[in-house]
Write a protein that binds this ligand. Structure first.
Ligand SMILES: [Zn+2]
Ligand SMILES: [Zn+2]
Length: 192
């Protein structure tokens, strides 16, 4: 992506800022996420979600702080029926920006699966001492909002594994795959 529109100069602090995140950025940030890919929507997707951050930004000596609220939503596929699910985001943000030299040692192994990023990782971000870039912080809000297996509803019936019909909205005549107990009832010998 081109230059981040989510930057604030430290010399402008303290300040209050409102940032609006459009769907195009959400789809860019979640590019490659399995639950986004499953939707089969265009790569640049204005419907991918949106967000609004209301932040108080301040600086004390070499540290900067962002406190406020992030609200929005992100659209991903239901892990059972693959229909779109809108997941709400409503998070309080309390973030410290540290000069890179003061960052706690991190394990550098960036997980492919964003769902595994622990929430503690949200609290501290590195910066160069002059400019705060809020983009990584906002991106995390969308990544963390997506659970490992999102559901359109708790009791989503999913798709028929044989014909692919959406069992929430239709029925099919497919037979259930062979059940060993049924086979036993029919007197068949099961391979051991
Ligand atoms: Zn579903
Ligand atoms: Zn079926």
């Amino acid at each position: 992506m081109a230059k981040s529109p989510y930057k604030v100069l430290v010399r402008d602090l303290p300040t209050h800022r409102r940032f609006v995140v459009p769907g195009e950025h959400v789809s860019d940030w979640l590019k490659g996420h399995a639950m986004r890919e499953a939707l089969e929507v265009p790569e640049v997707d204005p419907e991918a979600g949106h967000g609004v951050a209301e932040l108080d930004l301040d600086a004390v000596e070499t540290h900067s702080f962002a406190n406020g609220q992030f609200t929005g939503e992100v659209t991903v596929a239901c892990s059972r029926c693959v229909n779109p699910v809108k997941l709400p985001i409503d998070e309080k943000l309390h973030v410290t920006f540290l000069p890179a030299s003061e960052m706690p040692a991190d394990d550098d192994d960036e997980s492919e699966d964003g769902a595994e990023v622990s929430e503690d990782d949200l609290d501290v971000f590195p910066f160069d001492g002059e400019t705060i870039d809020l983009e990584p912080l906002f991106r995390e809000q969308f990544v963390l909002a997506v659970p490992y297996a999102p559901l359109c509803r708790e009791d989503c019936k999913g798709l028929c594994p044989q014909c692919g019909i959406d069992r929430n909205t239709g029925t099919c005549a497919c037979e259930a795959p062979g059940d060993p107990r049924l086979a036993a009832l029919k007197g068949l010998k099961l391979p051991s």
